[in-house]
Design a protein around this ligand. Structure first.
Ligand SMILES: [Zn+2]
Length: 273
């Protein structure tokens, strides 16, 4: 690599690194992994139980949201105390139109919103599972993941675009063919790479934050996180990504929840980096 490319990369790598997690994710121990593996196998071996009725699912949601929303707000306010105007008042509700079993965090007109679908609610085996899913979505707000993914996408696009532009300029200077499309193509590839790079880390950070919130709300995060261990297609019949497509079932996630619980029980608090 020549000096200019090296300089370019050295300038841009911190841009990507700046998009890491804001909170420490607890170190997973051997015991956590072993327990997670056993729990995962047990969850997979369990027969699928009967799903809840619409009204029972609605009551479960109301019962759980009443406790998780204030707990999430409390953890959010403590974690973002140094950020002026950070909005922790999340509108938590049911997405009545969504046909897939899914839950998500987003912004509507700049305000934070968490939605959970009816099919997901009807599929839950306990209040703890709904509590963990909602608490996990709070984690995406507190970890500022949407904001960071956007910054990462821009940084990724800048790196690829700049490298392509530089290579093209060199080619043009040497009298070779200059391809203007290569620049925009690389910008697009860079944007895609940037937005994927930290998604697994962000899920783990949300699981850590979600564990604190569910526990604060009085639920059992370990029992709740078992929802993630369900065998399920990552795509729905309509070809959309299901909850398991956006949240891959992964023993590491369950192990992270177990490790976070150990920290909470040892009297440890949320560790801001
Ligand atoms: Zn998530």
């Amino acid at each position: 690599m020549n000096f200019r490319n090296a300089l370019l990369l050295s300038l841009m790598i911190p841009l990507l690194a700046a998009c890491g997690t804001s909170f420490s994710i607890p170190q997973v121990g051997e015991g956590d992994t072993e327990t997670a593996t056993k729990m995962f196998a047990a969850a997979r071996a369990e027969p699928v139980s009967v799903s809840l009725s619409q009204s029972a699912a609605q009551s479960r949601f109301q019962r759980v949201a009443r406790r998780v929303a204030p707990a999430g707000k409390k953890v959010c306010e403590a974690a973002t105390a140094d950020r002026e105007d950070f909005n922790c008042s999340v509108d938590v509700g049911i997405d009545t139109k969504m046909k897939e079993r899914n839950a998500y965090f987003t912004h509507v007109n700049g305000d934070p919103v968490i939605r959970i679908s009816m099919p997901l609610l009807m599929d839950t085996q306990s209040d703890d599972e709904v509590a963990f899913v909602l608490s996990h979505e709070f984690g995406h707000l507190i970890g500022r993941h949407i904001e960071k993914q956007e910054q990462q996408a821009v940084a990724g696009a800048l790196i690829m675009g700049a490298l392509a532009a530089y290579a093209n300029a060199n080619a043009a200077a040497a009298g070779q063919y200059y391809d203007p499309n290569a620049v925009s193509r690389n910008v697009e590839i860079g944007a895609a790479l940037g937005s994927i790079a930290y998604s697994q880390t962000y899920e783990l950070e949300s699981d850590t934050l979600g564990t604190y919130i569910a526990k604060t709300a009085g639920y059992d995060p370990v029992k709740g996180a078992q929802y993630f261990a369900r065998p399920e297609d990552v795509r729905t019949e309509a070809g959309n990504l299901s909850f398991w497509g956006t949240h891959p079932p992964d023993e590491k996630r369950l192990a992270t929840v177990l490790a976070t619980m150990r920290e909470i029980e040892a009297g440890g608090g949320l560790q801001q980096k």
